[in-house]
Design a protein around this ligand. Structure first.
Ligand code: SF4
Length: 272
């Protein structure tokens, strides 16, 4: 069975549409979108558009969700504030300002728990297996990593799933994806990632602040809320500077100095 891991960003959208056009084969049985529940509205609008193509191509898009990562985070903050015990929460890679002034980044658990494991669970479900039942089929999971992001490639951790990177096979870069989409008259997808993902670079934060005030307001709110977390030794922040997000100087003229750090971080599951 062939399955597309659909993040709904540029690369995985291109992958999905190319499969629909028969430019990459064999035809996948379905595409899976693991929803953290915390994407900007424009991503969900894009996903709705993709669903119309799914009907046309005969490649269903299946959505799966562990729970809403934002709600889980707020629940974790509430237990830290009100109770002595804390509930477990899958770490988001927050920046931590330690008591000695150093800055560290928390070990990320969110991609694995909200995306990778959910996709595996959904594929098992589609194959008709119960949890923990041994899967006999071999599944090829297509991941939307482009040829310029080869450092993000990681083999599958699940023995019955083999990862495949068709855009890398074709030597298609992110720019090549844009060209393909434009040639076919398709819209350019928005970047897909959680609203408050600390992997956002300054370019993305600035775009959000200017073009998506609703998401920006939400990110600023969450950034203040996470300072209430007591389970860590230092204070946590969404921005690498360890300043409150709404106080960070997102100087437009300096933006070219920043790499898109996000591209290096999320295993082709987020931000694609
Ligand atoms: S986008 Fe960021 S916060 Fe969301 S799951 Fe991926 S790494 Fe975690």
């Amino acid at each position: 069975m062939e399955v597309i891991s659909l993040g709904a960003g540029v690369q995985s959208t291109t992958l999905f549409l190319m499969a629909g056009h028969g430019e990459i084969g064999p035809k996948p049985a379905f595409a899976v979108f693991a929803d953290t529940g915390w994407e900007p509205k424009k991503v969900y609008r894009h996903l709705n558009w993709l669903r119309t193509k799914a009907d046309e191509f005969g490649i269903p898009i299946i959505e799966t969700q562990k729970s809403n990562i934002r709600d889980d985070l707020l629940a974790a903050i509430e237990t830290d504030v009100k109770f002595a015990d804390t509930i477990r929460f899958a770490n988001i890679p927050f920046f931590v300002k330690n008591k000695d002034g150093t800055v560290s980044i928390m070990k990320r658990q969110c991609t694995k728990e909200y995306k990778i494991e959910q996709i595996v669970r959904e594929i098992r479900h589609q194959l008709g297996y119960r949890p923990r039942q041994r899967v006999k089929e071999q599944v090829t999971e297509w991941i939307g990593i482009s040829a310029d992001e080869i450092q993000r490639i990681k083999p599958s951790r699940v023995p019955w799933i083999t990862h495949r990177w068709p855009l890398v096979e074709l030597g298609m870069s992110r720019g090549g994806c844009y060209s393909w989409l434009q040639r076919h008259g398709y819209p350019i997808p928005p970047k897909s990632s959680c609203i408050g993902c600390p992997f956002h670079d300054d370019r993305l934060w600035l775009e959000m602040k200017r073009d998506d005030p609703e998401s920006w307001k939400e990110a600023v709110f969450i950034d203040y809320e996470i300072r209430k977390l007591k389970r860590f030794r230092g204070q946590v922040f969404l921005h690498r500077s360890c300043l409150p997000l709404d106080q960070v100087d997102l100087n437009e003229n300096q933006l070219d100095l920043f790499d898109d750090g996000f591209l290096n971080e999320c295993e082709g599951m987020c931000g694609v």
